[in-house]
Structures are given as C-alpha cells and as structure tokens.
Unconditional design. Structure first.
Ligand code: SF4
Length: 313
C-alpha cells in the first residue's frame, strides 16, 4: 500500500539516490499541480517528501508547502532548513558543518569511496545518520567486491571507536542490517510513488528523469500502476528468501540491469551481502564491549554472496 508521496519540485531537483539527474534547465512544478499533489496526499493519507532544487522557491510555493507536514530533501549548499542534505562530491562533504538533527546522503562512485573513506573517521562522530549511495553499482567487478569488503572492515573499526566513546552513528551500509529483522527496501511503486514536475506520477524520480514516458497516472485520473504486484517483495522470487535486509532492492536498477523490476542484478545482490556480512562482524565486535547490544538480533553465517546461487532448481 502506498504510504509516501515524493514530490520532485523541479527538473533540476537533487538526486538523493542511485539515479543521476543531468537536467540543468529549471522546470518548476506548476503551482496548481503542487496544490493538487498535496490534496492527493491528504486524501490518501500519504506522508510527503519534497525534493528541492538548489535555488530558492517563489514565496507562493513556500507558503503552499508550509500548509502540510513534510520532509525536505535538499542539495548541499541549499540555504534553509532541511531534513535530509545530499552531497554529490567528497570535497563539499568533508568540509560541511554537520548537525546532529539532520540526515545526510552521500552519492559516490566506488572509486571515490575507496579513495576517500578514511575521512569518515572524523565525520561519523559528528553525525546521527549517513546514507552512502553508489552511483555506479553496475560497474562493480569481482576485484571491486574484495576492495569494498576491506573498506567496510576499516569503516567498521571507525564505528566501533564511536561506540567506545558512547556515540552510535548510523551508517546505512553497516548499522541498518544490525537493526532490522525484515526487509527494509526502497519499495518504490509499492510503498512510495513520485509526483514529477510534469504533473504525472512515476515509480520513482529516476523513471521521470530517464525517459518521462513511463508515467503511472496523473493528478486528474489518479494512479494507474500496471501489474502492481510486481513491485512487491512477495512477488520477488530471489528477494523474498534473502536476509540482506538493508538492501535497497532498487526497482530502477533492476529494470535497467535485468529488465525485471523485481529481480536485482548480481552486482546489487553481492554488494548487499558484503554489507550484510560486514554488519555481522561489526555486531560481534561491538558486543565485545557491550555484550547486550541488539541482543535479540542474530545475523547467521552464510556461504553464498548471491541468493541466485542457492535458488531452488
Ligand atoms: S527505485 Fe528506489 S532505490 Fe532505486 S533509484 Fe528509485 S528511489 Fe532509489
């Protein structure tokens, strides 16, 4: 059941996830569509997340947005209050004045993470939550998987140091799996839907930005998702037997890489299992000093890195 409405306010609104936004020409959602989107969310009892561009919105828009409870996702450099701040480069990220009340998203390529992860040691102690999102999952090689496992091991040591100092920062790649007892995926098309600047609904902003022809309804006629069951976990044969609960199970990347919205690529599955196993090791390390930490959580040892390898034949 849909619970969240993401409203992409402008064509140039920041990407907060795996997709790229290369649009540079501003196209703000029409004020009437913004109002209709808010009304739609109110009628359907949906929580709204507004995704901002990097310029100040006209006053009429600010006033309209202020009429409803919402979360704000903004690019780093945006002047004003925000719930989630998104960084697209490490330079602005490492130099940012962090606050414990915000969540941060860092969009990074694998090589940028491999080269810069050591700077996380100073940052993790200053934040409440950081989501690191890869922009190039499809390009991971077998060698990259090995490097990624080592990088996560090093970051785990930084998180353990934070715990020893009485701080418990959340980093999606490592701490989410420790806190989950079921799948917690993106669930685009199932639990959330996007309203784009053209007044139409899309599975997520990536579907609008990529081609703009895959709309799943509009503000006049409502939502029209073909085969909605395909977006659900119980219709995903590989994912429903998997316990890499922190995986985003990105519908956009699935469609791109396997042509099936509910089947992830080998790269997405392997990366998620590397994180799952690193979380298992981190949990064991934290318990050496805090033996009751997440005491009901058990992450089992497994022998595979991709559920495809153990599927029932
Ligand atoms: S489908 Fe979800 S995880 Fe994938 S790009 Fe869209 S919002 Fe992100």
């Amino acid at each position: 059941m849909i619970q969240y409405l993401i409203i992409q306010l402008d064509d140039t609104s920041v990407s907060f996830c795996h997709y790229a936004n290369s649009r540079r020409i501003c196209k703000l959602i029409a004020l009437d569509d913004l109002k209709a989107g808010i009304l739609f969310a109110m009628k359907e009892n949906l929580s709204i997340q507004f995704v901002y561009p990097d310029y100040a919105l006209p006053d009429e828009y600010k006033k309209t947005i202020g009429t409803i409870d919402h979360s704000k996702i903004v690019p780093a450099g945006y002047q004003g209050e925000a719930d989630v701040v998104v960084f697209e480069d490490w330079t602005s990220f490492v130099n940012y004045n962090f606050s414990l009340t915000q969540t941060y998203v860092l969009r990074t390529s694998k090589s940028a993470l491999f080269n810069n992860y050591s700077s996380l040691a100073d940052i993790l102690v200053k934040i409440y939550r950081l989501n690191i999102v890869f922009t190039d999952i499809a390009d991971f090689t077998e060698e990259d998987f090995n490097v990624y496992a080592q990088v996560l091991q090093s970051i785990s040591k930084m998180i353990d140091v934070c715990f020893q100092q009485g701080k418990s920062p959340q980093l999606n790649l490592l701490t989410d799996r420790m806190m989950l007892d079921r799948m917690n995926n993106c669930n685009a098309g199932w639990e959330n839907i996007t309203l784009a600047p053209d007044g139409k609904f899309y599975i997520c902003p990536a579907f609008y930005l990529e081609d703009g022809v895959t709309a799943v309804g509009d503000l006049q006629t409502g939502l029209d998702i073909k085969n909605p069951q395909l977006y659900r976990l119980d219709h995903a044969p590989l994912c429903r037997i998997c316990d890499a609960y922190q995986c985003k199970r990105c519908i956009y990347l699935n469609r791109k890489s396997t042509l099936e919205v509910n089947t992830p690529s080998h790269e997405q599955c392997t990366i998620s299992h590397i994180e799952r196993n690193a979380a298992r090791s981190l949990l064991a390390v934290i318990r050496q000093t805090e033996n009751t930490y997440m005491k009901n959580v058990e992450i089992k040892e497994i022998t595979y890195m991709d559920p495809f390898d153990i599927r029932k034949k």
